[in-house]
Design a protein around this ligand. Structure first.
Ligand code: SF4
Length: 440
């Protein structure tokens, strides 16, 4: 533009709205005519914003992610990070499960790999830990939690990679769409928040045009926000990443004392279903619905090395949000008697695993995910990988091998149980936000 390269984190939108198709994307150009595409409605796997997408595929290869308008979430925009993340979800050649015997990995059937896993988990029992991906569906998370808490009787569950202040429903009292209806919004951490959920930036632009005062402050500058917002403000919002929760809560408390109106916060979680993982109790010390485990808390991920654990089960659905070992974990993992790696794509963890179970990618699953504000949205299988046993079926077979009697026939059965056991999740049938005030 004007002989200068265009600079924007949202350039993919230009190709989508260009009325004469003069602007095209290099990744998609000449891949397919639009009418030859298989189009599947889903949700972007990039971050916790939960922008709605269409997976456009041809011959079982993803050609592009296109936006699918949801005014409450994305206003039909996608950021370039999310839009062009699709090559991460292209599948390579089919592969079989593998188990390690005599220090060598050998190909086996799912039944053999699951039987091997069951016997090894029996030996570990309550000393097994489980890490679930930020890109797992809610339905997978329900079964993963039940496998650990009810069947193995292990409290050592986590989805996080770092120690964070406890999550709670008050972290999402402000919805994405309501940002436009505020007087003032504080972007605590500035660019850090935008980087964590880029399409939020476009909502802030729109809000500014409507007269909302947007204030970007560093986490150490909360006094500036406190001074800038007048006492007669009617509706104030705070946006921050979950890593900056302490500063956000502190600012909210102080602002609430100063202004006459309401002060709400929205914390940007990590991954397309980090919020669902918190809601459903993939945490060492909280159960579904943020209930305390009352003395039955386990160890969180950062405490696992050196905690005397005998097994680790890692479930990973997306290369964008994988299990990257810390230095301490890199020393600890090779000492474990059992490492089960249930994943979409190979990583360095394959080299240490005793069992490798091929799993489906985010783009190959049916189910639901929950975005940062608590909106439960459906994702759908955009690609077929029929040689891969569905991840929830693997959890069920392992649980039943350990003595459970689960009888789910389809993802919909698990969704129905989720709604029954956690009534606020009834929101998923309406595409709405989970309202935790309905608890109890
Ligand atoms: S903001 Fe997040 S969910 Fe939306 S398109 Fe970008 S990466 Fe995907």
């Amino acid at each position: 533009f004007n002989d200068e390269p265009a600079q924007s984190a949202y350039q993919g939108n230009w190709t989508e709205i260009c009325p004469v198709a003069a602007l095209t994307s290099r990744q998609y150009r000449f891949i397919s005519r639009p009418w030859d595409l298989d189009r599947t409605p889903s949700v972007c796997p990039g971050c916790s914003m939960g922008c709605n997408i269409q997976i456009d595929a041809r011959n079982n290869r993803i050609g592009r992610f296109q936006s699918r308008e949801n005014p409450a979430v994305d206003d039909s925009w996608l950021c370039d990070f999310g839009r062009f993340s699709f090559p991460n979800f292209q599948r390579q050649a089919p592969e079989r499960p593998r188990i390690r015997r005599d220090a060598r990995l050998e190909d086996v059937s799912y039944d053999e790999a699951i039987a091997f896993t069951v016997e090894a988990l029996k030996r570990a029992g309550g000393q097994a830990a489980g890490w679930a991906s930020l890109a797992d569906t809610n339905e997978e998370l329900v079964l993963f939690r039940r496998l650990f808490r009810e069947v193995l009787r292990s409290p050592h569950l986590d989805h996080r990679s770092a120690a964070l202040v406890d999550a709670e429903p008050d972290d999402m009292t402000l919805s994405i769409a309501d940002i436009e209806r505020l007087d003032h919004v504080v972007l605590l951490g500035g660019q850090e928040v935008i980087d964590a959920a880029p399409v939020l930036h476009l909502r802030l632009f729109k809000s500014e045009r409507k007269g909302v005062h947007v204030l970007k402050v560093a986490t150490g500058e909360t006094k500036r926000a406190l001074d800038a917002i007048p006492a007669d403000a009617e509706a104030v919002g705070i946006l921050a990443t979950e890593a900056n929760k302490t500063a956000a809560v502190d600012l909210q408390t102080k602002l609430q004392r100063k202004v006459k109106g309401s002060v709400r916060r929205l914390l940007v979680t990590t991954g397309p279903n980090g919020r669902g993982a918190k809601d459903l109790g993939i945490l060492p010390h909280l159960g579904p619905g943020y209930v305390s485990l009352n003395g039955q808390a386990g160890k969180g991920r950062t405490e696992w090395p050196g905690a005397g654990l005998r097994a680790l089960y890692v479930h990973e659905s997306s290369p964008l949000h994988g299990f990257t070992p810390s230095d301490a974990e890199s020393m600890w993992l090779p000492t474990l008697p059992l490492l089960v790696f249930h994943r979409f794509k190979p990583t360095a963890l394959d080299e240490m695993a005793h069992v490798i179970l091929p799993g489906h990618a985010f783009t190959e699953k049916d189910g639901t995910v929950t975005n940062m504000e608590g909106r439960v949205q459906r994702i759908s299988r955009g690609l077929d990988a029929d040689w891969v046993l569905e991840d929830w079926r693997v959890f069920q077979q392992i649980a039943n091998g350990l003595g459970a009697d689960w009888g789910y026939d389809a993802v919909a059965d698990i969704t129905a149980e989720l709604v029954r056991s956690l009534p606020p999740y009834g929101a998923l049938n309406r595409g709405e936000r989970v309202l935790w005030s309905e608890r109890g």
